[in-house]
Ligand binder design. Structure first.
Ligand code: SAH
Length: 412
């Protein structure tokens, strides 16, 4: 196996189970005998040692500033049954949380099975929708290992019969990648018509069309499950605006909660088509829902010029900062969009506002929202501080995994 030796004293973070080896910490790389070329191939398993040759762990080699993502600590090779053991451990956590039901359950059959570093599987996401698991690789190593991962899921997760692989938007492009980045790895049950365009997943009793082929991420944003349920509690008799609605998650909960009206807005027409399909499926008689494809900033400006206001607004934008160097601009963006929303809330109304940018921490986000409130001169109180749910756990040794934060504000 290819071996990586670290510079003196660079082993400390690995001994504290932080899973990344930065390229600057590496003293030298010794390539294995069958190796072609003069550097490790991206995605290959390598063994990492300290300067004094102490084994630190094995992991996937990557091109870039993170050179190795550790899979197993303190060993010299990947343990036999590694994938199965890790998938089993991830499954057991969800089982302990009460999130696992059979695929036919009419209350909930949707959960995240693997949340990257949070499940000690850096670079891997797996979401389960009834009988289908969707695997998403964020590293070439996970791409290379995708078939073993699929086998481990089929062996360990009883309700999963089908595996879809969806990594066309998430794989880094630093090296040529072999094999398909998207497609079915396994289909054992065609009854659910998962290969066709007719698949429904259930979350808290609401049905959502999952578009495996064209949908964003793995098809749905499971991370907002609990926060959507909170919107349902506050929606009664309210005029609700769900901004950045995607397939209408928050909208369906607001409708079930007895909202007077719900407006769903997203820039993507495909998303808006799915919102309409989801509303029609769950509330065939609803006459109080409107879905519009529009840019958020333009939409809010137009509504304001027409004097429109709302009792409850949800702002769940995409990550404004994808990298650390984009944080400043992102914070300006959060301030702008929140100021526009706060202005349009009726006295005594509520704003649910989120940031899913990993690079923007809780305090910085709160400061941006504070600046927005101050800018428009409204009296604002924080009612709830929201975050990602339990099936998106944060590895205590990898605090960077905390990405979703939200505030529920009471606006006087
Ligand atoms: N709240 C959703 C998830 C939102 S994801 C849920 O519960 O499922 C962010 C959404 O913002 C995406 O659907 C994306 O299409 C949309 N989006 C991105 N830029 C936008 C813009 N400028 N205006 C409106 N929507 C935008």
């Amino acid at each position: 196996m290819t071996t990586v030796y670290l510079k003196p004293h660079k082993e400390e973070s690995l001994k504290r189970f932080h899973p990344w080896v930065f390229s600057g910490a590496i003293a030298r790389v010794v390539l294995d005998a069958h190796h072609k070329g003069d550097a490790p191939e991206e995605g290959k398993i390598v063994a990492v040692y300290s300067a004094s040759k102490e084994p630190l762990g094995v992991g996937h080699w990557q091109i870039g500033s993170i050179a190795v993502r550790i899979l197993a600590f303190g060993v010299e090779e990947l343990p036999k049954d590694f994938w199965q053991e890790r998938i089993k451990a991830a499954y057991q956590v969800r089982e302990a949380l009460g999130l696992i039901h059979n695929a036919q359950c009419t209350i909930n059959n949707t959960f995240r099975l693997v949340h990257g570093e949070g499940d000690f599987l850096p670079g891997l996401i797996v979401d389960v929708y009834a009988e289908t698991a969707v695997i998403q690789a964020h590293s070439v190593g996970m791409h290379v290992s995708r078939k073993e991962i699929a086998e481990a899921i089929l062996a360990e997760v009883p309700q999963v019969k089908n595996i879809y692989y969806k990594s066309d938007d998430t794989l880094p492009f630093k090296a040529p990648i072999e094999g398909e980045k998207t497609g079915w790895i396994k289909v054992q049950n065609d009854d659910v018509q998962c290969t066709k365009d007719e698949f429904w997943s259930i979350e808290n009793g609401l049905q959502f069309r999952i578009d495996w082929l064209r949908g964003q991420k793995t098809g749905f944003f499971i991370d907002q499950r609990e926060n959507r349920a909170l919107v349902e509690r506050y929606a009664k008799d309210k005029d609700v605006l769900n901004m950045f609605c995607y397939t209408g998650g928050f909208s369906l909960y607001a409708l079930r909660g007895g909202a007077k009206s719900v407006d769903s807005v997203d820039v993507s027409q495909k998303a808006i088509d799915l919102v309409n399909i989801n509303v029609a499926k769950n509330f065939p008689k609803a006459a109080n829902h409107t879905a519009v494809a529009a840019d958020a900033f333009e939409y809010l400006s137009k509504q304001k010029s027409e004097g429109r206001t709302f009792d409850l607004i949800i702002l769940d934008p995409p990550a404004f900062a994808k990298h650390r160097d984009a944080v400043k601009n992102a914070l300006r963006g959060y301030q702008r969009i929140n100021a526009k929303a706060i202005e349009m809330i009726r006295p005594g109304g509520i704003l649910f506002t989120f940031s899913c940018s990993q690079a923007v921490d809780k305090e910085a986000f709160r400061l941006a929202v504070f600046s927005a409130a101050a800018q428009v001169g409204r009296k604002v109180r924080i009612l709830h501080q929201l975050h990602q749910p339990q099936d998106h756990p944060i590895n205590i040794y990898h605090p960077e995994g905390e990405y979703l934060k939200g505030l529920v504000l009471y606006v006087e």
